[in-house]
Design a protein around this ligand. Structure first.
Ligand code: SAM
Length: 399
């Protein structure tokens, strides 16, 4: 797909280049922040799987430069962009949409840089420098990354004498990690879940009580079990879909608020969560300490009907969500199998671009180059080989 065609089909790709973001992912974080006010009272942040660095750019602009995005500045920018595109109207393939409103007259706020900001960004790929941000090239699934991160957060950290808990803990851990997608759906979901557990294990080592954790997930089977597991550590767990994330993609983000580790819990990479029985045991313990007070929804496999067991009385949480148990042949609920349905939040203003629509561009549209081409893409070698052998239709190597 050519740059111009991509500009047409992907409004956020085009918008990212216009606004100077290294990747369209920046809008996902901005839209999550719009909904959850992620950066409120935040000064210390870890950005996992951060290359090429658009989330780190957002952190830099909000925390270091003190720019205000949220519901004013970012929509203001977008309204201006739309106006600049004159009559950006959907292309013939896209459903008819209302013409965007003219200028959004949100109040402009003076930037207010925050004090004592610390941002550490990590990726397997090199991240081009960003002023004020510490970047590390490391694998988040590797145990050696923890001391690297702790040292970056606190130069006095000494792995010989200190444990794996940050002495200067952080307010927010964000992770946009994605493996190279193979197209084998179950395998992709599995690898993504391993990245998520690696991110969670790192977050548990560095978060301060009350902190927040945001991470990309692929919604697959058993994702409700993951939500229940996260509820062990966080008071609130949401699953959010920003408008800039394509509706057709299984991608979503978990937003975990108010880190409250269970009493006596110590993060340990010798015993990471996601492998072994530590997490299931904690789930069982939690359910034993605070038994579920909801009636349990159970499927009768003979009749296929769903029944509510009357033994347990019900209290829904503030969103009217109940604990749900499925797939049980017996009439006795099995606490260890308890799953939990997290509230689903679609975020991003409705007036924002639809990431699944194509938009017609003005005739004089000039396609810009990406702000930050990949520094060391995994496909670099393949491109070099192809060029060396005369392009896509050239001689295969060795012939
Ligand atoms: N949030 C980034 C931004 O705004 O520019 C985009 C992140 S991109 C979607 C996913 C990143 O995950 C890739 O840069 C990839 O290198 C990184 N990644 C995948 N597996 C990783 C791992 N095991 N450790 C560190 N980074 C990893």
């Amino acid at each position: 797909m050519g740059k111009s065609s991509k500009d047409k089909r992907d409004a956020y790709y085009r918008l990212a280049k216009e606004q100077g973001w290294r990747a369209r992912s920046a809008f996902k974080l901005l839209q999550l922040d719009e909904e959850f006010n992620l950066f409120e009272n935040v000064t210390r942040v870890v950005d996992l799987c951060a290359a090429p660095g658009s989330w780190s750019q957002v952190l830099s602009r909000v925390l270091i430069k003190g720019e205000k995005f949220g519901r004013c500045a970012w929509q203001d920018r977008e309204a201006k962009f739309r106006q600049h595109m004159l009559n950006v109207v959907p292309s013939d393939e896209a459903p008819e949409q209302e013409k965007p409103a003219a200028e959004d007259v949100s109040p402009k706020e003076e930037p207010k840089p925050r004090k004592d900001v610390k941002i550490v960004s990590i990726d397997l790929q090199p991240i081009s420098p960003l002023p004020g941000i510490i970047t590390l090239r490391a694998d988040i699934t590797h145990p050696a990354t923890v001391p690297l991160l702790l040292k970056a957060l606190d130069p006095d950290y000494d792995p010989e004498t200190m444990n794996q808990q940050a002495s200067q803990p952080v307010d927010l851990v964000i992770s946009d990690g994605a493996p190279d997608v193979t197209g084998l759906h179950d395998l992709d979901i599995y690898v993504q879940s391993q990245l998520l557990f690696a991110a969670l294990n790192l977050a548990l080592c560095v978060l301060k009580p009350g902190g927040k954790f945001v991470a990309k997930i692929f919604r697959g089977r058993n994702v409700d079990l993951l939500y229940a597991q996260l509820k062990i550590f966080f008071e609130k767990v949401y699953v959010a879909k920003p408008r800039s994330s394509r509706a057709s993609s299984v991608e979503a983000f978990i937003v975990c608020i108010n880190f409250q580790p269970p009493e006596g819990f110590k993060a340990s990479l010798e015993e990471p969560l996601g492998v072994g029985s530590r997490l299931p045991t904690m789930m069982a313990d939690r359910n034993a300490v605070a038994p579920i007070t909801a009636p349990v929804l159970m499927q009768n496999h003979e009749t296929g009907t769903w029944d509510v067991t009357p033994e347990r009385t019900q209290t829904a949480d503030e969103h009217g969500i109940y604990e749900v148990e499925v797939d049980d042949l017996s009439t006795e609920p099995r606490d260890k199998d308890i799953r939990w349905i997290a509230p689903f939040v679609a975020c991003g203003d409705l007036s924002a671009f639809d990431s699944d629509a194509s938009y017609k561009l003005p005739d004089d549209h000039v396609s810009l180059d990406p702000v930050q081409p990949p520094t060391a893409p995994p496909y670099k070698r393949a491109i070099e080989l192809r060029r060396a052998h005369g392009g896509a239709y050239g001689k295969p190597p060795g012939k």
